[in-house]
Design a protein around this ligand. Sequence first.
Ligand code: FEO
Length: 173
Amino acid sequence: MLSQKLHDAINAQINAELWSAYLYLSMSMDAETKGYKGVANWFFVQWQEEQDHARILMNYLNSRDCKVELKPIDEVQTSWGSVLEMFQETLKHEKVVTGLINNLAAIAAEDRDFASSNMLVWFIDEQIEEEESARDMIFATESVEGDKYGMYQLDKELATRVYTQASPLATAE
Ligand code: FEO
């Protein structure tokens, strides 16, 4: 069994991952409305990935005989001033998530819960990628600022992003 503190923190993280999913789905819908179909696709894939993150944690709690408790998901913003703002907020949000994951890892270490520490390694690595991809998107969007044709090309490129199931789920099935 996990300590109550870690159990509660993982349940809170499931909620945070589902909130992240909801945030990116909202960005996807806003981009769609504004005609950026590629940006909408990029955030739609992000929405799918965040749901995977929640599912990995739910599977983990179940496997450790700990109850998953789903809490209400808070409201999210529904409109952004620009595509650049969306990616800037993505980076800001992912930095917060990195802090939450680090906190989980610290609790697991304190508990000497090696199985939980091991499970969290995937999330620690994933956060490096999450922050890097948001930074890349900020750079790409800034590079075409004020250039409508450049933005059109970037949007077309983002339309090619495809969802791939997170590896812990792929190996679990
Ligand atoms: Fe679940 Fe975007 O980190």
